[in-house]
Design a protein around this ligand. Structure first.
Ligand SMILES: C[S@@+](CC[C@H](N)C(=O)[O-])C[C@H]1O[C@@H](n2cnc3c(N)ncnc32)[C@H](O)[C@@H]1O
Length: 282
């Protein structure tokens, strides 16, 4: 059975979320407010993840090895990792919807698929959104395990025969190579971590490495571009910071639209701000 995602409650530095039949309580630094549900309801969580005293799960034995959920019609395989991640960032949901819209609109307007580059692509939510809207996608991540996971998600969604290039590489090295090959892309998506490592241990520190990465992206954007979507979870890089970075790189042509990503549940449930995004739409 495949079911969806729902934020159930948050507060006291925790969030309570439902992923299909599985309910998880995990740390959440943003949730400085008080919890709405009773402690008894929180204790019913299938499993709880802690960061105090090192990363650990309580009740992990109750979790399936892998399970599947569906978010806005897209299927994702989930699994509990040692870092508390599950293979999905549901706060990207609005961006996935928008990617589908702009890629479908591009195909209608130009009569050809948009060429989309997805960087730091993780388990492939943005890759799936673009491919489902008929785009040609190049998916780049330094971790072979994550690329394999994304390919599994593509297969779950019947996309295994679609034009998706799967690349295990350091983002900067790959972009430099693509520039030498004179490749270009209509839409470039990037969700960089605060700190990451490339396929050969190359260190990525967002505050130093994001501006030169955007300059490189500027060289790879096609002559009839759709745009750039930049998102991150780094607390210092607010939506306005992301706006300024894209404004300096791409100028005032087109539109810039920024905001906070949010985890959401039923109407009465307080949403949880989870990082920022900015679109430059040419
Ligand atoms: C989606 S991003 C970060 C997600 C989220 N914004 C966060 O901060 O937790 C994480 C992904 O980037 C990949 N990654 C990290 N450094 C990288 C690099 N230098 N080149 C390519 N991929 C990298 C990781 O393997 C991981 O799948």
């Amino acid at each position: 059975m495949t079911q969806g995602y729902e934020l159930l409650d948050s507060g006291a530095f925790q969030k309570l979320e439902r992923f299909g039949d599985v309910v998880l309580s995990r740390p959440c630094a943003q949730a400085v407010w008080r919890q709405t549900l009773s402690p008894i309801q929180w204790q019913k969580a299938t499993a709880t993840f802690f960061r105090d005293g090192g990363n650990q799960w309580r009740g992990r034995e109750r979790l399936p090895g892998t399970w599947e959920i569906q978010v806005d019609g897209t299927r994702f395989q989930l699994s509990s990792t040692d870092f508390g991640h599950l293979g999905i960032f549901p706060e990207q949901r609005d961006q996935w919807r928008r990617i589908r819209e702009v890629c479908a609109g591009f195909k209608k307007k130009y009569g050809r698929p948009a060429r989309v580059l997805n960087l730091f692509a993780y388990s492939g939510g943005s890759t799936l959104a673009a491919a489902l809207a008929g785009a040609d996608v190049c998916h780049v991540d330094a971790s072979k395990g994550m690329v394999d996971w994304a390919r599994k998600n593509a297969t779950l969604n019947g996309l295994e025969e679609k034009p998706i290039r799967w690349i295990v590489d350091d983002v900067t090295k790959f972009l430099e190579r693509e520039h030498r090959r004179e490749r270009s892309y209509d839409l470039i998506i990037l969700d960089p971590p605060s700190y990451g490592r490339g396929a050969k241990g190359e260190i990525f520190k967002i505050e130093n490495d994001l501006p030169p990465l955007l300059a490189l992206i500027g060289k790879l954007i096609s002559p009839e571009p759709l745009g750039v979507l930049l998102s991150c979870h780094t607390p210092e890089l607010t939506p306005i910071s992301l706006h300024h970075l894209l404004l300096q790189q791409f100028g005032a042509q087109g539109t810039l639209e920024q905001g906070e990503m949010q985890l959401r549940g039923a109407a009465e449930v307080l949403s949880v701000p989870s990082g920022g995004f900015c679109w430059w739409l040419a």
